[in-house]
Write a protein that binds this ligand. Structure first.
Ligand code: ADP
Ligand code: NA
Length: 346
């Protein structure tokens, strides 16, 4: 029985935050450690995607190594997983070009990520017209690059959050469309399946209507891998919670509190109803809950933080890991890309 080919990616856009960890990296580590011998797992640090937003080259170069160091610190093992920088394997951009030539423009225009970029640019210019001229083409076409990231390895499974469902649907459509256009409808690319990660969304500590993100301008809205215990405590003390005095789990109306309960449950494994029960009738419950979250977070953060701080200085080691990952990634795509060129007539 052929194994699964599992692919996922993360952008090198700064220090890894708690949302990345609970929503993605912790699941990747679990997948890696529970994989069957016949499974192949790839995790890519996707530098080309980072370029869709303005980057300071020096900062990007550092973030690229830091992201690799963070993945290693959290337990991604290059012996079990092909861990590599996207831009070290040229075939991602080559396949993206080929796929872009069978991608309907209308499909890209319907991407909610694109629509929200358009809406943002419109607000920024306070014009009623949608101002596409303010946005670069990479922001429009990067879902095709994502499809290429996945299909180049003939991946069968993609562990990503719910926010990626629409993009994965495009990857599935492009796999089918390629097979139909160039391979007489026979399967060349597998149609990849989304593996929805159990932890859906970590919310911003300051605005629990949006997700915790690297791109939010308020640095106190997210907890970073580099945050020390006092910093974690301080950020949690400042977390927005709800005005009712008792603790209950209501992710629709009491989002800030629900976010803290979800984080605590993810850190300790205790169920949310059990946590809520412990807080019944407690005075100053929100303050105590925040400090309990800080303590549990510190428990799971301490060791990776120490490893990260050590690893990020070991640049020769990191570069060697990246080089080995790139070699394996290229090995995996060489034959596929040769066949792709033949199929399209080049
Ligand atoms: P960011 O959104 O902060 O720029 P990335 O786009 O690099 O981070 O995302 C890397 C991975 O982390 C993706 O799988 C994404 O779904 C996940 N992720 C990012 N933010 C969150 C969050 N707040 N909650 C859950 N998962 C998240
Ligand atoms: Na993102």
């Amino acid at each position: 029985k052929p194994g699964r080919v599992i692919f996922s990616g993360i952008q090198p856009t700064g220090i890894v935050h708690l949302g990345n960890y609970l929503g993605a990296i912790s699941n990747w580590v679990e997948l890696q450690n529970n994989a069957k011998p016949e499974d192949q797992i790839l995790f890519s640090i996707v530098g080309w995607h980072a370029l869709t937003l303005p980057q300071n080259p020096k900062v990007l170069r550092t973030a690229r190594r830091d992201t690799l160091a963070a993945l290693l610190a959290f337990g991604i093992d290059p012996k079990k997983t092909v861990l590599f920088h996207q831009e070290d394997n040229q075939c991602h951009t080559e396949l993206a070009w080929i796929l872009s030539c069978i991608t309907p423009l209308g499909t890209l225009r319907r991407m909610t990520t694109w629509k929200s970029r358009l809406a943002d640019s419109r607000n920024a210019n306070s014009e009623d017209d949608i101002n596409e001229g303010m946005l670069n083409a990479g922001l429009f076409t990067y879902p095709v690059l994502q499809a290429a990231d996945i299909l180049a390895y003939r991946a069968t499974h993609v562990p990503v959050g719910e926010d990626q469902t629409q993009h994965l649907e495009l990857s599935r459509d492009l796999a089918k469309s390629f097979n139909k256009t160039f391979n007489g409808k026979k399967r060349f690319f597998p149609v990849p399946e989304q593996m929805i990660t159990p932890f859906k969304r970590v919310l911003s500590l300051k605005d629990p209507t949006s997700k915790m993100s690297k791109s939010s301008p308020d640095p106190t809205s997210r907890i970073l891998l580099t945050d020390t215990y006092p910093m974690i405590q301080q950020k949690l003390r400042g977390a927005v919670t709800d005005s009712n005095s008792h603790i209950s789990f209501d992710p629709i109306n009491l989002r800030g509190t629900a976010n803290l309960l979800s984080i605590l449950s993810a850190c300790t494994g205790e169920t949310i109803p059990n946590i809520v029960a412990r807080y019944t009738g407690k005075e100053k419950a929100h303050g105590i809950l925040k400090m309990e979250v800080a303590d549990s977070l510190e428990e799971i953060w301490r060791q990776p933080r120490q490893d990260f701080e050590r690893l990020r200085g070991e640049t020769e080691f990191l570069d060697a890991v990246a080089k080995e990952g790139a070699r394996k990634a290229k090995d995996m795509t060489q034959q596929t890309m040769k066949e792709v060129r033949t199929l399209v007539g080049l």
